[in-house]
Design a protein around this ligand. Structure first.
Ligand code: GDP
Ligand code: MG
Length: 166
């Protein structure tokens, strides 16, 4: 089994952190500053039965200048070429225009889109239910998987789910 998986989401939701956990070593640039990840960074997750190749995209957003244009194009091509898309949000941030913009793009995706709710270590379980309910109404996700990229909660579930789909 093998496949390509793109990780998309607003800056700072934890895409690089998840990728670092996937590859088990720090290769992605991590920063609190927006748009630090300027290039697609690919990580490989290997088990005896499967190999998943991950693409960390720059945040998809409305382009405001040429570099922005390029980054957005890179992210869009990633969405088109992969077997699965992980749309990552942070549980401690309200859904905003940036998220809605991405959701509109994801609706065109021919690949299954998984909603990955990251940073669950920062919120109360009741808040998590509210987030799930809210996002369910925006789009039909293949699955919704709450995780903590830093703590590792549900990491194995996420990987198993992706491998099973391939
Ligand atoms: P990216 O811009 O989406 O790639 O986000 P980063 O991976 O660079 O993470 C942005 C910030 O969020 C960093 O300070 C991370 O340490 C932090 N972060 C990422 N995942 C988690 C998580 O699951 N829980 C908490 N508490 N912080 C996280
Ligand atoms: Mg990043």
């Amino acid at each position: 089994k093998s496949g390509f998986v793109a990780i998309v989401g607003r800056p700072n939701v934890g895409k690089s952190t998840l990728l670092n956990r996937i590859v088990g070593q720090k290769i992605a640039i991590m920063s609190d500053k927006a748009q630090t990840t300027r290039n697609k960074i690919q990580g490989v997750y290997t088990t005896p039965e499967a190999q998943l190749i991950f693409i960390d995209t720059p945040g998809i957003h409305k382009p405001r200048h040429r570099l922005g244009d390029f980054m957005v194009e890179t992210a869009y091509s990633a969405i088109r070429e992969v077997d699965a898309v992980l749309f990552m949000i942070a549980a401690d941030q309200k859904r905003g225009k940036g998220d809605d913009f991405i959701i509109e793009r994801l609706k065109d995706s021919h690949s299954p889109v998984y909603l990955v709710i990251n940073k669950i270590d920062k919120v109360h379980p009741d808040d998590l239910l509210g987030i799930i309910e809210d996002y369910r109404q925006q789009m039909d996700f293949k699955e919704i998987i709450p995780i903590s990229a830093t703590e590792g909660n549900n990491f194995d579930t996420l990987m198993t789910t992706l491998v099973d789909q391939m």
